[in-house]
Ligand binder design. Structure first.
Ligand code: PHE
Length: 342
């Protein structure tokens, strides 16, 4: 029995050396020192011994018990102190600032435009980037084989519609959403459509196969050219400042009649002529016009009753002008040195 006590002592002390956390300590306590632990159980057996043996072994058992408890408590104290020390935080040390992402400049401009038009009561509307040939061209008064298709070459996706036509294209502009909006919302309506567009272009500093537009459509009774002009004037002032002027020049787009090109006085030189406006004093930014009757019809509306105005801003171009970006390809380049400047 003496040996058994010695054995428990040796085992306990050995294990105690390897304990490194409070959990391990608790296990040891349960196994050896608790009321049902090995030491107590063995001490319990003392009662069957002779008086002399009880005396001798009882003393030994008590010594061992005291020794083990004392060492146990010492180790426990040390571990407690260590965990308190580890948990201490020096609140005077400056924190590690998390790395924030930020918005792409095109998104910044898009949100600015959305704010302007929301404040004027426009709804923000969305449409698919992979569009049917019908919505992208035909419904916008650009039938197959019409030369106007040459203005906007795109990527044709190799899949067929029910009639076996190759019908899916990457949309070349946000204008197909005009048709979708009219069909979905009916008249009267006021929507803007920000979105990504695609064209089959040889890319250079001013051309990119992927770019962003910002479309607008207003349909109602008696919508006229003066409405278009005053709206674009107002937006120009909000975008570039109160002295901004608008100039409209005729331009052909099959889906508007009359159609025009909208130019604002250059915000950098106030119309004097500079590098940004190529010395013309004007910046070409928005195409627009009055919605063609065929387009209203394709949208399910009666052109005898309703008329509309439509416009399309080059959002990518706006971002280039606003931030003085000289190469359009930078926007989608993933080049952090460029992107982190905004
Ligand atoms: N969709 C035309 C373009 O891509 C812009 C436009 C929109 C013109 C609406 C007139 C009306 O260039």
């Amino acid at each position: 029995m003496k040996n058994k006590f010695q054995k428990i002592r040796a085992e306990f002390l050995e294990k105690l050396k390897t304990v490194s956390d409070v959990g391990g300590l608790r296990e040891l306590e349960l196994q050896y020192l608790s009321r049902k632990g090995e030491l107590s159980s063995l001490m319990h057996e003392l009662k069957d011994l002779s008086v002399d043996m009880k005396k001798e072994l009882g003393a030994l058992a008590n010594n061992i018990k005291n020794e083990l408890e004392t060492t146990f408590n010492e180790v426990k104290d040390q571990l407690d102190k260590l965990s308190v020390k580890n948990a201490l935080v020096d609140i005077t040390v400056p924190g590690v600032e998390p790395v924030h992402g930020h918005l792409n400049p095109i998104t910044i401009i898009q949100r600015e435009m959305e704010d302007i038009f929301s404040s004027l009561g426009f709804t923000i509307f969305d449409g698919p980037e992979l569009e049917s040939d019908y919505f992208n061209f035909t419904a916008l008064n650009i039938p197959p084989f019409h030369p106007a298709r040459d203005m906007q070459d795109t990527f044709y996706v190799d899949s067929k519609n029910q009639d076996g036509d190759l019908d899916l294209v990457m949309r070349t502009h946000t204008s197909p959403v005009q048709i979708r909006a009219m069909r979905k919302l009916g008249a009267p309506l006021k929507v803007v459509v920000p979105g990504r567009c695609f064209r089959n272009e040889a890319t250079d500093a001013r051309h990119e196969h992927t770019f962003y537009q910002f479309e607008g459509l207003v349909v109602g009774e008696n919508i006229n050219f003066a409405n278009l002009k005053s709206l674009l004037e107002l937006v120009g002032k909000k975008l570039f400042g109160p002295n901004t002027k608008l100039r409209m020049r005729p331009k052909f787009y099959p889906f508007v009649e009359p159609g025009n090109n909208g130019e604002y006085t250059c915000f950098l030189c106030n119309g004097q002529g500079c590098r940004v406006c190529k010395n013309t004093g004007w910046l070409e930014i928005v195409g627009g016009g009055l919605v063609h009757p065929d387009v209203l019809r394709a949208g399910g509306l009666d052109p005898e009753k309703y008329s509309g105005l439509a416009f399309g801003f080059g959002l990518t171009r706006l971002a280039m002008l606003k931030y003085g970006v000289t190469d359009v390809r930078l926007f989608n380049s993933g080049d952090l040195k460029f992107l982190e400047q905004f």
